[in-house]
Design a protein around this ligand. Structure first.
Ligand SMILES: C[S@@+](CC[C@H](N)C(=O)[O-])C[C@H]1O[C@@H](n2cnc3c(N)ncnc32)[C@H](O)[C@@H]1O
Length: 293
């Protein structure tokens, strides 16, 4: 594993129960939208990269898929194995997959690709293991103007160790750049959907359980201490507190679906096939362009 995957695995493993019980389920509407859009799943080999506790794999398995997963975090993979006893769930680095070429009909990465030290390498591996005619799905939280969570993330960022300024990483949450890259790999792009994924917490202790369980929160806590991080997070979510003491942060998740053609490596200029973001059937209110396509 790369040193970064090792660090990520430790960070996401720091508060596993809080993550699994409170925070991770907030992305469920995106899982459901992908499952509805890409079916039927019966018999399909599926790989979820950065699978966490294996919830997407379990939902895909419930629709008949043969789901496997990979994640850098051993405690999360242990839960994923319990939830998916029939699948192969491995602790590993998405930059170096041990699966053979073209092994999967669908490869997914929900809010995980951008944690790789080299997301382009991780993307290349994801494409390599997708069979011709198969689909690659990449999901990430939406842009700042669609996500109340941005304040929380910025506040955490200020309490984390300084970023490596020598790194020139591609920002894998930028799905516009991602689709250009996918086009360069020869994949054809079929959709870009926007799904509402609100973060709702019944009270402050529950909100803190969820928001302090993420990998970035764990890194901020080890750098700045629990109470500074808890205080900062409490302040950053204060605008979203409702009268009954519960919290609602409105957020979106965006996902792209691309189809593998021949697995060719990047060469030449990007083709012109571009898709635009549109509201998923989860909300069902038609096309909603939020980013330049
Ligand atoms: C935000 S969580 C998303 C988990 C899951 N996909 C979900 O939808 O809830 C990011 C996950 O990526 C994993 N991760 C980060 N870097 C990784 C790497 N280089 N290789 C494999 N997994 C990685 C983390 O351990 C964590 O479980």
């Amino acid at each position: 594993m790369t040193p970064s995957a090792h660090l990520q695995g430790e960070a996401w493993g720091a508060r596993v129960l809080d993550w699994v019980q409170v925070q991770q389920p907030t992305i469920r509407p995106a899982y459901r939208a992908v499952l509805d859009e890409l079916g039927p799943w019966t018999g399909l080999p599926v790989l979820d990269l950065g699978c966490g506790a294996g919830e997407f794999a379990a939902l895909a398995g419930g629709r008949g898929a043969r789901a496997s997963g990979l994640d850098a975090c051993a405690p999360l993979v242990a839960i994923a194995r319990r939830r998916n006893p029939a699948g192969a769930f491995v602790v590993g680095d998405m930059e170096h997959l041990l699966f053979p070429d073209g092994a999967f009909s669908v490869v997914t990465a929900f809010n995980s690709l951008h944690f790789a030290d080299d997301p382009v390498a991780a993307l290349g591996e994801a494409i390599r293991v997708t069979r011709p005619g198969g689909h690659l799905v990449v999901a990430a939280w939406g842009p700042p103007h669609e996500c109340d969570a941005v304040t929380y993330l910025l506040d955490l960022g200020a309490l984390m160790p300084p970023p490596d300024v020598t790194s020139s990483r591609w920002d894998a949450t930028d799905l516009g750049a991602l689709q250009t890259l996918l086009g360069r790999y020869g994949l054809s792009l079929s959709s870009w959907r926007v799904v509402a994924c609100p973060w709702e917490f019944s009270d402050l202790p529950t909100a803190l359980r969820g928001l302090l369980s993420t990998g970035p929160a764990a890194q901020a806590i080890s750098h700045s201490g629990w109470s500074r991080v808890a205080d900062a997070v409490t302040a950053s979510i204060a605008p979203y507190r409702r009268r009954d003491g519960s919290y609602l942060l409105s957020n979106t998740c965006h996902y792209l679906i691309a189809t593998q053609t021949d697995g060719a490596p990047p060469a030449g200029p990007a083709p012109s096939s571009q898709v635009r973001p549109s509201q998923s059937n989860e909300r069902g209110d038609g096309e909603h362009q939020t980013r330049p396509g």
